[in-house]
Design a protein around this ligand. Sequence first.
Ligand code: UT7
Length: 331
Amino acid sequence: MTTMAAKGPRRAVAVGIGHYLPERVVPNSEFETMMDTSDEWIRARTGIERRHFAADGETTSQLGIKAAEAALANAGLTADDIDAIVVATSTPDLTFPSVATMIQTGLKMSGGFGFDVQAVCAGFIFALSTANAYIISGQAKRVLVIGAETFSRIMDWDDRTTCVLFGDGAGALILEGQDASGTNADSGILSLDLNSDGQYRDLLFVDGGVSKTQSTGVLKMQGKEVFRHAVEKLAKTAHTALDSVGLHSDDVDWIVPHQANLRIISRTAQKMGVGMDRVIVTVQDHGNTSAASIPLALSVGVSQGKIKKGDVLVAEAIGGGLAWGSAVIRW
Ligand code: UT7
C-alpha cells in the first residue's frame, strides 16, 4: 500500500468505470410460466423488463473480477496501480474470506488490501464513503470500489412479490486521490450523506445467517413500506448532500439512483425538481441488483455518452437496515 502524507485538499476522483452482467438474460415472460404474474404487472409496477442471472457456479467475486478488469482497462491502469479494494455486497461467495480478497487474487494484485462492506442496496454509497476516507486521509492513492451481487441466490421462488424484482451483476469504479482546491468546482467526490435506522429491520431482511440459523435464508420484504420510506428519504438525503457543498438541484446534471423501481426513481427526481431527462435509468434491463445497481448505472451512463467529464452527479440509494445515503460527485 502507498502511504502518503495528506498535504493540501485532496479529492477522490473517478478515473475508470466498468461493469459486468452475467450472460443469461431473464425476461419477465419467463416468470409467467412459473407463477401467477405477468409481464404487464412487472413493467407497470416496477419498470423492470428483464434482468441477468448468474450461471450455476458463477459467483459474486467472478462478476466483480470482470467488472474490475473493465474499469482498469477504462482507466488505462493495471491491478498493481491499485492500493485497496472495497467491495459492497450482501451476497458474498462464502461467509469469509471477503469477496474483495478473492477479487484481489483474481486480478493478480501483488500488494494492497481489500475488504467488504455490507449496507445492502445502499452498500455502494457506504463503500464510496470508505474509499473516500482512505484517499483524503492519504492512506491510499487509488481505490477500486466495487458493487457486486448475486441476489438470484437468495430469492424465494414461491414469493411473486419479491423474486421478480432482483438481478445479478457488478460495477466497478476506480477513485484516485488528486490535489484539489477544496471548492465545489473540484472533480471527484464532493460530499456524502449516510444514514441508517435499525428499527426498520423487519421491512427488508434475509431470514437466514451464520449466527442465527447457520443457513443462507431468503429475502423477505414489505414492499409497500419500503417504497414509502424510499420516496420520503431519498430526495432528503440527496438535498442534504447537495446543500452541504452549496449546490442545488439546478446544478445536477445526472441523478444516478439505486435501480429498485421506476416509480421510486421518478418520484425522487420529481421531489428534487429534476426532469427524468437528467436521470440514468437501467432498471428495465437489470432489475434491482442491490449494491451493484449504482456502479452499473454509472458505467452504462458513461458508455452511452450521457455522463461527461465535469458533470455533477447525485447517486442515492436505500435498502435493508434500513440504510440509505447519497453522494455528490463531479465526474
Ligand atoms: O432495493 C431495496 C429497496 N427496495 C425497494 O425499493 C422496493 C420497494 N417496493 C416496491 O418497489 C413495490 O412496493 C413493489 C414493486 C414491491 C410492489 O408494488 P406495489 O405497487 O407496492 O404492489 P403491492 O405490494 O401493493 O401489491 C399490489 C397487488 C397485490 O394484490 P392485491 O392484494 O391487491 O390483490 C399483490 O398481491 O399486486 C399483487 N402482486 C403481484 N401481482 C402480479 C404482488 N406481486 C405481484 C406480481 N405479479 N409479481
